[in-house]
Each structure stands twice: as C-alpha cells, then as structure tokens.
Design a protein. Structure first.
Length: 446
C-alpha cells in the first residue's frame, strides 16, 4: 500500500490546497481571540476603553517582531467599522502615499473612516512621514504605525506628537503555549488532522520562540510538515523531529517544575564547590532551554553574599554588573556576561559568615521581639524623651581618636551574643582583625 502524504491531493488531511502560512491562517479576527498585551487590552485598560468607546486616535505600536502589531490594527479597524488600508514602508513611496490619501479623502466624503496601517514606519524618511501630517491633522485618516525601533528616535517629532504611543511587550511562554494549543485544535490550523505530539514539545517551541508568535507558529508548522506519517494519515511529531527543526537539542525543562529547581540547585552547588566546569555546564543547560537570564543573575547575586560575602568584596559588584548586562543586552549576548560571573564566583574565596550571622540574628529577633533598644542609642527629639534619659551617655564615634565609643549597642540580655564570626578567607581575614580590635576596645571599660 502506498504511503499517504500531507501533500497528496486525495488525502482528507491534505494541505496541498493551503498555500497560506500557518501564522496568517491563525491570525485572530476578533479581540476576544487576541493573545497577550493584557497591560493594554485587559478589562479597564486604556486601549481597551478606547476600543469600547470607539474613540481611536492615531497611534504608534512599538514592540518586537511577532507580538501582534498588525493583527491588533486589523482588529481595531474591524471593531470601529473603518476602511482598512495596509501598506509597508519597505515598498511604498510618496506616490503610493498620495494615492492612499486620495482614497481616504473619498471615503471621508461618504462618511467612511479610514484606518491607515503602516508597517515598519520607521523606514520612512522625513519627507514620507511628513506626507501624512495634513491628513492626520484634519482627520482624513487614523494612522496606526508599527515599529520595532524607538519612536523617539525614528519618528518625526511633528508626527509623533499627533500619535499616542503604545508599547507592545513580547509574549510570555504561557501566551505562546496557549496559542500553539489552540492551533492544534482549530480547523484553521491542524484541528482537522490526526496529529500525535507531546504537549511538552509545545512548551519547547514556546520557549524557543522567545516571545515571537510568528516564530512559534512557523516552527510548529515545520515540525508537523516534517512529522512521521503513518499509512492512515496520522502524523507523529517526535523529539528528534523537533530537534531537527530547531537546529538544537530539545532540553527537558519546565520553568515552574522540578527540573527548574534541580538545575538552579546544580549551578549553585557547583559554584559553592569551586567547580567552574560544572557550573558553566548547568548555566548553559538552563539558558539553552529558555530560562530567563535575569532569574539566573538574581541567584548569582544571592550566591555572592551567601557563599562569598566579605571574603571577596568584588563578588557582589560582579554579580550585580552581570544582572545589569542581562537587562541591557538580553539573550543571546548576555550569555558571556553570565559565564564570566559564574566562573569568577566559582573561584572566589569562600565564606558563609554573613549568612550564618543573619540566620542567627533572625532567630533571636523572632524569639525576642520585645527586647528594648538601649537608652544610650535612642534619639531624644522631645523634652520628655530627654527627661527619660534617651540618648544619655551616647558618644559620637567620630569624636574619638579610635573612631569607636565604649558603648554596648545590643539589648542587655544579648550583649554577649556574637553573630558575625568571620573566617580567614580572602579579604575577610582583614575584616576579622579589625573586628577583633573593635570588640576588644569596646569591652575595655565594661
């Protein structure tokens, strides 16, 4: 028996008649199907209220690729019952703009509003952008421009001042997984086909797409079209199939599940054991599986204080710098910043004295919440407080030759407690000697 193919015109599941890319077929037609941008379209949000009240101004959608800028413009045109004119700044010039404006003027004469959507509007030069001004000003068109570049630098000030700027965010992995799951059941997608595909592979695609719905749908389409086809026409998408489509191994990872915590634990403990090779491996495992680099950077900051502390005064600064680098440049450029920091922290001197100090102090604080502040270190802003001996005997440390006063700052019942017990590691050895001198001096007259 001949094997059926997805491209066989006689197959019920044939896609030979479907020439439109999956991303276009799955484009939402109504606001209720639109995924993402809750900060703009959630109940009570500004853009949602504008849509509901049919008061749409000219505006600029600024956001990364594949987050729904064009789709949202089409939905707005549909809801406001406007004529929708769509053209790209990549291929259109002054002549095309004038033709579109003429059509908009004709629509206006018949009482029809025109919504003019300009994709990649930042590619227009100053003259092309200025061509829109008179028509925006007199209301012949409602202009919606889409751009991946900062409008402050790429859009003429005169045109920008007449438009409301809305920032569209990249879609979350949860948003993309929802979109992919819908595609598997929607007849516009693969709902009419018999497809066997583990749900975890959809999560993998969502993580790989990095907030871009078009990338997610294109990847899913490629995986399905390259799946294994059984004689009955069913399609099976395996890990190996998806790996080929992604060009990389699909890693087992769930940002909210056990593996998430297993891997960050492996990174932390590898650094603690001064093993940079293992630490860099676990770092790569997380990043290549789609982990948020800022999450890792936050954990490195914690590690710098918990496991290194004052043994290396540069550790915390290095970790904070790594977080800033991740925030500034994102993936994949920040991978080296994180690697640099992981290796540095792995080889830095070790001390958990700060961790032990706080945990011991916390235990005392929780069990001795009623301990009063010693009178000698209380402020006395009122006469009554002064009469009650607040601040009596306080010595300003800077007025002494040693820059230390003979005072006990702990509550009386805790005056002999020692929370910070420094080690001899790295620069903490210097701190230890200073602390010993300070404690000895403060105890001289007790």
């Amino acid at each position: 028996m001949d094997q059926l193919s997805l491209f066989d015109p006689q197959s019920e599941n044939s896609l030979s008649s479907v020439s439109t890319p999956l991303a276009d077929r799955m484009r939402p037609q109504v606001l209720e199907d639109y995924i993402g941008q809750k900060h703009l379209l959630g109940e009570g949000r500004l853009l949602r209220r504008m849509l509901e009240q049919d008061q749409i101004p000219s505006m600029i959608f600024w956001g990364p690729p594949g987050v729904g800028k064009t789709t949202l413009a089409r939905i707005i045109a549909s809801r406001t019952k406007s004529s929708f004119l769509n053209f790209s700044a990549v291929t259109s010039g002054i002549k095309e703009i004038k033709e579109i404006m003429k059509q908009a003027e004709e629509n206006r004469a018949y009482g029809i509003r025109t919504l003019c959507f300009v994709d990649e509007i930042h590619r227009f030069n100053k003259a092309q952008q200025d061509a829109f001004l008179p028509y925006v000003e007199k209301g012949s068109i409602t202009l919606i421009g889409a751009t991946t570049e900062n409008p402050s630098f790429e859009i003429n000030a005169a045109l920008l001042s007449r438009c409301k700027v809305f920032v569209l965010k990249e879609l979350s992995a949860e948003d993309l997984t929802e979109l992919l799951s819908r595609t598997m059941t929607d007849t516009r997608g693969f709902g009419s086909m018999d497809i066997h595909m583990d749900g975890k592979l959809l999560d993998t695609i969502a993580a790989f797409a990095n907030g871009d719905a078009r990338t997610a749908l294109n990847t899913l389409e490629m995986a399905v079209l390259n799946g294994e086809i059984s004689p009955d026409g069913a399609v099976t998408v395996t890990d190996e199939t998806l790996e080929q489509c992604l060009g990389k191994k699909t890693l087992l990872y769930d940002k909210k599940g056990e593996e998430h915590y297993n891997l960050i634990s492996a990174l932390h403990k590898s650094m603690r054991n001064s093993d940079p090779d293992a630490a860099v491996y676990w770092l790569a495992r997380m990043l290549e599986a789609g982990e948020d680099p800022l999450f890792i950077a936050r954990r490195l900051i914690r590690f710098a204080s918990e496991d290194i502390g004052l043994a290396d005064n540069q550790a915390l600064q290095t970790a904070v710098a790594a977080y800033q680098a991740c925030h500034f440049i994102g993936m994949p450029e920040c991978t080296l910043s994180l690697t640099q920091t992981v290796v540095y922290l792995s080889l830095a001197p070790r001390s958990n004295a700060l961790y032990r100090a706080y945990e011991t102090a916390k235990a005392d604080a929780l069990t001795r919440l009623s301990e009063p502040v010693p009178l000698v270190i209380r402020n006395a802003p009122t006469q009554l407080m002064d009469d009650l001996h607040y601040g009596e005997g306080y010595v300003y440390a800077h007025d002494t030759a040693e820059k230390i006063a003979h005072m006990t700052c702990l509550p009386e019942s805790l005056k002999d407690r020692r929370y910070y017990l420094p080690t001899e590691e790295g620069t903490e050895g210097v701190m230890k000697k200073r602390l010993e001198r300070s404690r000895a001096f403060r105890l001289e007259e007790e």
